[in-house]
Each structure stands twice: as structure tokens, then as C-alpha cells.
Design a protein around this ligand. Structure first.
Ligand SMILES: Cc1cc2nc3c(=O)[nH]c(=O)nc-3n(C[C@H](O)[C@H](O)[C@H](O)COP(=O)(O)OP(=O)(O)OC[C@H]3O[C@@H](n4cnc5c(N)ncnc54)[C@H](O)[C@@H]3O)c2cc1C
Length: 498
């Protein structure tokens, strides 16, 4: 049966909207279905890391998004006595050629994604439209949707992306269970506008008071966010009142300095869906994973899901890779997401302790190990890369900034990058050299002025970087590079005849 769209995306929160924009840039026909008529007007996420700006760079949106961001240059943590435990002050560009951490007001970001979807001819977004039910067979998916006038319609696609959020009805209907990786904890979120100097050093401050754990964040413009652990004995109806907020924020940011414009209690959860691919359906974003927002990684993880999946969908849709490539979405992304969900859950447990002894142990540990404030970046789970036996592979590559100010990815686009020393390139067989020359999916760069820093950071004579900027593998001689490049789906000897 011919399906109308290659991809149906259910949900156009930030993850579904990113999926549509990326699918549009990949030239894949896709439709998005979103039941709300406007993006959610209130901020949840406030933080991206440099990898997310880099992935937005791949679709030409990084500068537009960055215009709404404030680099996070000063991260702190204080103890019960407000003594500084961590003061991590940066300001340099990071390894992704963007600041390592940025802060933003989410309602400023989603319109950038929506505008991009409108601009792209192969994708469309239908708002005020709800998916009611779906089915799938071996060829694709059928979705029954309810249009804004109450009529029902069936839309068909080869694949379905479930970007329908934490309560994903698609995940539930598929019977996919979630693994619980931490406790469920209610926190009060207070967003507001400063009208006086905050008087607090730092862009983000973890307030390790065991009497009331809290977080303070300085957002762009005059915006601030505070988060307070909801304690046993709190009256949930009282703590959201102006009096309640005045009481909780006293000593951190007194209410005479800001005007709250959003107050809500969220329950922070740590969950991982047990399956991410079910036939032609892929779970992504909060539908697949939920992390307490202490490292600000929930949405980052959702956007990584999309960048990991879209290049694979594109190659399979164009007949350039086998359908089994799509299995690597779950195997690679699930373990990566597990790492951040677990780290955030552990951090949540430590940060929000109300036990003075545990807080003291935590603070003593931090004093003794002041550089441990951010965990190292995890590798992908097993999949299409050599990470199982080579630590240089399966990890996010660095992005050098070139002498002329351009960033490396701008030369690479959506292709595989072969960054190599000239002598390794010269040692490849004629057959492989011909296949590389014939493939529009691969770019080879051997100019040391361009790829020297990338090779130096990888400690290799050559690296192959996938379209999602993760390292497929590294090589130290021509024979190893030959073997590595034969793993690129579009260069595999059998793919040459497709
Ligand atoms: C207080 C808080 C702070 C956070 N801070 C950060 C942070 O700093 N950094 C970070 O990276 N992450 C952060 N997160 C996490 C981040 O907000 C989420 O991971 C992210 O918003 C999830 O996006 P999503 O698109 O997957 O889901 P959602 O934004 O929930 O979008 C799902 C969409 O699907 C639609 N939908 C659902 N069902 C249907 C249907 N049947 N038919 C049609 N449409 C449907 C919904 O209307 C909705 O628009 C934070 C979360 C919270 C709660």
C-alpha cells in the first residue's frame, strides 16, 4: 500500500518540531500533528548544551536560537551556610564551537522551529489536530486524526515518530513499559521578571540548603527562574500564593526584586522507555525518557534522539542503507539517555537531601573534589560505530573553528566526514577511492589547516564522523582507514550497485 508521507510526527513540542525541521532539511516528506493551536506558552526547559547549538547549526538555526540565549558563564553551588562549594566560571567557546552551556526562555525558541517548518516544502504541521488512534503493518502506519472542525481523517506514512510527550498515548497503546531510575519528587517552579539587581553572583546556583533545597537561574533579559523542593508538610495550595512565594524566596531573591509570572509544581521523574523502536514506530523525547532537570538535559536528549534518527531515515528512505540501520537508533540512544537520566537522578538525590548528615557528606566530597561538578559526556550505546573496542569512536566529535571564522560542519553539511592525514588517504585502494568519489554522501578533507585540530583531539591519523557528528571510527594507518570506510553505509561494496 502506498503511504502518503514518509514520516508522520505526532506532537510538535520542541522535539517534534525539531524532527519536522530536520526532516524538512533532509528532503523527507513528513506531516506533524499537534493538538494545541499554539506552542506551550510557559517555559519548562531553560538550558541547552553546545551539542544542541551544533545540531541546530546543521539546519541553519543556531544563530537564530543563540540570539535568544545567554551563555552560562558562572555556575555555583552553595551549602546550608551559603558558603560557596563550587564556582565554575567559564566564558570560552567550547569543543562544539559554541558555548558549552546556554540559558534561554523556552517560549522564545519554539517559534524559531515553527517558522523553519513553514519554510520547508517537504514538511507540514497541522495544529489543533489530534491523533486519536493508530495501527501499523509491515509497510507503514495509519493514523486516525481529528481535525479542528471535529471531522476525522486517516493519514498514512512509512514511519511514525511518537514525540507526544511524557504521557505518550502511543507508548501506552503499544504497551511499552518504562524503567524507573530515581524517585518522584515535587518541585515548585517560579519564573519571574527582575526589576532590581538580583544581587546574586552566578548564572545558575544550586542552593544546597537541607532545610529547603533550591535552584536559582539567571535567564536572558531580566528573566529569572527559581526552583524549590516541595517539603513534607508544605500545603501545595499555599506555596503557590504570593505569600508562599515571598516566604520561600526570602534570602535568595526577595520578592521586592522580581515579579513572578509563572508558578507551577512539577513532579520530577527519572524514566526510560524499555523499547524505542516498535516496528515502524519510534519513540523520541519525553515519550522515551524523562530526567529530573538538574543538568538541564531532558530536552537536549530529545533533540539528540532526532538528530540520531533523521540521517538514518534519510539513507533508508533513499535506498542507501538497509532497514536494519534503524535498529541502531534504540541501541545507541537508549544507553546514552540512560546515562543522563541516571546522573540527573543521582544528582537530584544528593542535591535535594533534607538530611543534615548526608548534606555534610556531599559538601565535604565536593570540597575535596571541586572539578567533579559536571559528569563527562557519555558515548553512544552499541550501534554503527567502533566504540565497542575503540574509545575514540561512538563519542561526539569536536568541531574546530577555522582560521577564516567558519565552523567545520559548515563545510560538511549532512554528509559523512572523512578527516584524514594525506598519507592515509593516499594508501586507500583504487576501488574504495572510486566509491568515495562517486558518493555524494561523503566528503573527504585532508587539509591539516582544516582537520588538524579534529585529528589532534581524536589522537588518530584519520576519523570518520557521521552526519550526527558522532565518530564512526578512527584509524592509524591506511589499512585501518580502508576497513573503517567500508562500514559507511553508502560506501559498503554492496551499496555501490544500489
Ligand atoms: C521544570 C522543568 C525544567 C526543565 N528544564 C530543562 C532544561 O533546562 N533543559 C532541558 O534540556 N530540558 C529541560 N526540561 C525537560 C524538557 O522540558 C522536556 O524534555 C521537553 O519539553 C520535552 O519535549 P517533547 O517535545 O518531548 O514533549 P512535549 O513538550 O510535552 O510535547 C509533546 C507534544 O505532543 C502533543 N500531543 C500529545 N499527544 C498528542 C496527540 N494524541 N495528538 C496530537 N498532539 C499530541 C502535545 O500537545 C505536546 O505539544 C525541563 C522540564 C521541566 C518540567
Amino acid at each position: 500500500m502506498a503511504r502518503k508521507y514518509e514520516v508522520v510526527v505526532i506532537g510538535a513540542g520542541p522535539v517534534g518540531a525539531t524532527a519536522l525541521a530536520m526532516l524538512g532539511h533532509a528532503g523527507i516528506s513528513a506531516i506533524g500533528i499537534e493538538r494545541e493551536t499554539e506552542p506551550w506558552p510557559f517555559a519548562r526547559a531553560v538550558h541547552f548544551d553546545g551539542e544542541i547549538l551544533r545540531l541546530l547549526q546543521s539546519i541553519g538555526l543556531a544563530d537564530k536560537v543563540f540570539a535568544h540565549c545567554r551563555p552560562m558563564c558562572d555556575f555555583r553551588m552553595v551549602d546550608q551556610a551559603d558558603e560557596t562549594l563550587i564556582a565554575h566560571v567559564t566564558g570560552q567557546l567550547g569543543a562544539q564551537a559554541w558555548p558549552d552551556q546556554v540559558l534561554f526562555h523556552q517560549p522564545n525558541i519554539e517559534p524559531v522551529l515553527r517558522a523553519e517548518i513553514e519554510r520547508l516544502p517537504s514538511v507540514e504541521l497541522r495544529i489543533g489536530t489530534q491523533m486519536l488512534e493508530f495501527s501499523q503493518d509491515s509497510d507503514g502506519v495509519n493514523c486516525v486524526i481529528e481535525t479542528p472542525d471535529g471531522a476525522t481523517e486517516v493519514i498514512t506514512g512509512r514511519w511514525l515518530l511518537a514525540c507526544d510527550g511524557a504521557t505518550s498515548s502511543i507508548r501506552r497503546q503499544l504497551g511499552v513499559q518504562t524503567e524507573k531510575l530515581g524517585s518522584d519528587d515535587p518541585w515548585l517552579i517560579v519564573d519571574g521578571i527582575l526589576h532590581d539587581s538580583a544581587g546574586i553572583p552566578g548564572d545558575m546556583v544550586f542552593i544546597g540548603h537541607y532545610t529547603r533545597p533550591a535552584l536559582w537561574v539567571r535567564l536572558p533579559g531580566e528573566r529569572v527562574r527559581m526552583e524549590f523542593k516541595v517539603m513534607p508538610g508544605d500545603d501545595p495550595e499555599e506555596i503557590v500564593t504570593p505569600e508562599g512565594i515571598a516566604r520561600l524566596s526570602s534570602g535568595i531573591l526577595n520578592v521586592d526584586k522580581f515579579v513572578p509570572d509563572r508558578v507551577a509544581i512539577y513532579t520530577f521523574r527519572a524514566r526510560l522507555a524499555e523499547q524505542w523502536r516498535i516496528g515502524n514506530i519510534f519513540l523520541a523525547g519525553d515519550a522515551a525518557h524523562l530526567a529530573p532537570p538538574l543538568f538541564g538535559q531532558g530536552l537536549c536528549a530529545g533533540m539528540r534522539d532526532i538528530v540520531n534518527l533523521v540521517w538514518k531515515l534519510r539513507l533508508v528512505a533513499r535506498g542507501l542503507a538497509d532497514n536494519s540501520l534503524l535498529d541502531t537508533y534504540e541501541s545507541e540512544r537508549k544507553e546514552h539517555a540512560r546515562y543522563w537520566v541516571s546522573q540527573a537522578a543521582n544528582m537530584a538525590r544528593l542535591l535535594q537531601t533534607t538530611d543534615p548528615e548526608v548534606a555534610k557528606g556531599r559538601d565535604d566530597h565536593i570540597r575535596a573534589n571541586p572539578t567533579e561538578s559536571l559528569p563527562p559526556r557519555p558515548p553512544l550505546g552499541p550501534g554503527l560505530h567502533d566504540g565497542g573496542h575503540d574509545k575514540r569512536a561512538g563519542v561526539l566529535s569536536e568541531q574546530p573553528t577555522l582560521d577564516d571564522g567558519r565552523r567545520l560542519d559548515d563545510l560538511v553539511g549532512h554528509r559523512f566526514l572523512v578527516a584524514t592525514a594525506p598519507d592515509l588517504l593516499a594508501g586507500l585502494t583504487r576501488d574504495l577511492t572510486a566509491r568515495i568519489a562517486a558518493s555524494p554522501e561523503v566528503v573527504v578533507i585532508s587539509d591539516p589547516a582544516i582537520v588538524g585540530p579534529l585529528l589532534a583531539s581524536s589522537g588518530a591519523g584519520a576519523v570518520c564522523v557521521r552526519p550526527d557528528r558522532y565518530v564512526l571510527g578512527a584509524a592509524d594507518d591506511a589499512a585501518a582507514l580502508e576497513a573503517l570506510l567500508n562500514k559507511v553505509p553508502t560506501l559498503a561494496p554492496t551499496a555501490a550497485s544500489v
